[in-house]
Design a protein around this ligand. Structure first.
Ligand SMILES: [Zn+2]
Length: 443
């Protein structure tokens, strides 16, 4: 006799099935059941009133740094999994810039096995492109896919050697997994924030937009030449997504992702401003100028790029959202000069409040937002997640879209608290997250 949970009367958005209506969602054991069928008498049934709540497939984040193995002071599979389910996520793909790097089948297999025991959510490993993520020699792509790798990335760095990128993209043709690229021309990127009027005002060395766009252009050409599958990470400039869109129009196999922080935050945040751009959320008290929590790679760009990226989302140019959750411990972020601080911000627990504001402001339909976080990544990467179809794995999130809460160390489940949203009052968050039919998180 399997347990049956009836989530009664919520607004169910399930883009994979074109559903946006008030209805029940039924979980039987670890699977979604057909709400119209089923014999309740043969089950132990629990009915939960979720009226006034939003119910969606648990969200999917294809760009997360879990820092495991190697950096337990920043995050572990355990704490990262807790942050994921607290943020309403059921599946995360983890980047291989760990120590050791995820560059051999043994390390990938061990991570998968350990994540099943230690992480509250599903963890999908991304392997490196080069051994040791050193940029030097290519990994054994096929063996890594057989071990469970769902893609390849030297994220954190660009694979500078174009011949290795060509080799990786050629391998991706037969393996049908993406080469996931962090685009940054290192020679142009010795700065700490976006190069522009704000960096000049603050006296901080800048990183020009061209540092990102030059490598996007190179990788698109290599994808075109090889027919390989290129997935461009965290596109942060309008010109960057235009290059990708143009290439796609020519038939290049390229997908791309955009991060919430590049749409709701700009380089003005480095100067202290805390207005969520492109939303109607109330402004917060400013942060101290040049606070390392605003340091992220690619950097926060000018307001014009935030609106340009949002327009690209509205035009369907981006395939998915992702967070680039990048936890860092205090010594790398607090009381450190901006130039020396680590790049990266925590993301898993703020994705919903940040992007639901875009729905509230009328820029994106609720169902389109949910699609970009669920069915879209599941379809792109061929995952058996991101849907509430009967028989699907019961990863389900119940959201409270209206609750107001203040971000503080006490609310953060990640091991690290590096977010410029700290102290801000946000709207909306996960109420309950079910993973394989079991309650994995409850607010
Ligand atoms: Zn990156």
């Amino acid at each position: 006799m399997s347990q049956r949970i009836v989530l009664r009367g919520g607004r169910v958005i399930d883009p994979a099935n074109d559903v946006d209506e008030i209805r029940d969602v039924v979980i039987e054991g670890d699977r979604i059941a057909d709400a119209a069928e089923g014999d309740a008498s043969s089950h132990e049934e629990r009915v939960i009133d979720v009226s006034g709540r939003l119910v969606t497939p648990a969200w999917v984040d294809m760009h997360v740094h879990l820092r495991d193995p190697g950096f337990p002071e920043k995050e572990t599979l355990g704490t990262g999994g807790q942050a994921a389910v607290a943020g309403g996520f059921g599946t995360v793909a983890c980047m291989p810039n760990t120590s050791p790097a995820l560059d051999t089948p043994e390390i990938v297999r061990e991570l998968v096995e350990r994540s099943e025991r230690e992480a509250a959510c599903k963890v999908l490993p991304i392997a490196t492109i080069t051994r040791g993520r050193s940029g030097g020699a290519a990994v054994d792509f096929q063996a890594l896919v057989e071990a469970g790798a769902i893609g390849f990335s030297d994220d954190g760095d660009t694979t500078a050697d174009s011949a290795i990128m060509r080799q990786a993209l050629e391998a991706s043709v037969d393996l049908n997994v993406p080469v996931i690229v962090h685009c940054e021309d290192k020679a142009l990127a010795s700065g700490a924030m976006h190069e522009g009027e704000v960096s000049r005002r603050l006296g901080i060395e800048g990183i020009p937009a061209a540092a990102e766009e030059i490598i996007i252009a190179r990788d698109l050409m290599l994808a075109e030449m090889t027919g390989g599958w290129l997935h461009v990470c965290h596109v942060s400039t309008r010109r960057g997504i235009e290059l990708i869109h143009d290439a796609r129009q020519r038939g290049v196999r390229v997908s791309s992702e955009v991060m919430p922080h590049h749409i709701v935050m700009s380089d003005e945040w480095v100067a202290g401003t805390r207005v969520l751009h492109n939303t109607s959320a109330p402004a917060s008290e400013p942060l101290a100028p040049a606070h390392p929590y605003t340091k992220v790679n690619p950097p926060l760009r000018p307001v014009a790029d935030t609106t340009g990226l949002l327009q690209a989302v509205r035009d369907g140019w981006f395939d998915i959202f992702g967070t680039d959750h990048a936890p860092h411990a205090d010594p790398e972020k607090n009381g450190v000069p901006y130039q020396q601080a680590a790049f990266g911000m925590s993301g898993l627990e703020f994705a919903f409040p940040a992007t639901w504001e875009l729905v509230r402001a009328g820029h994106i339909d609720a169902s389109e937002l949910v699609r970009l976080w669920t069915a879209a990544p599941a379809t792109l990467f061929g995952l058996d997640r991101g849907t509430l179809s009967p028989g699907a794995v019961a990863d389900v999130t119940v959201w409270d879209t209206e609750t107001e809460w203040t971000v503080g160390r006490d609310t953060i489940h990640s091991k690290s608290a590096n977010t410029p949203l700290i102290g801000m009052t946000l709207r909306g968050r996960a109420d309950t997250t079910y993973i394989r039919g079991k309650e994995a998180y409850s607010a």
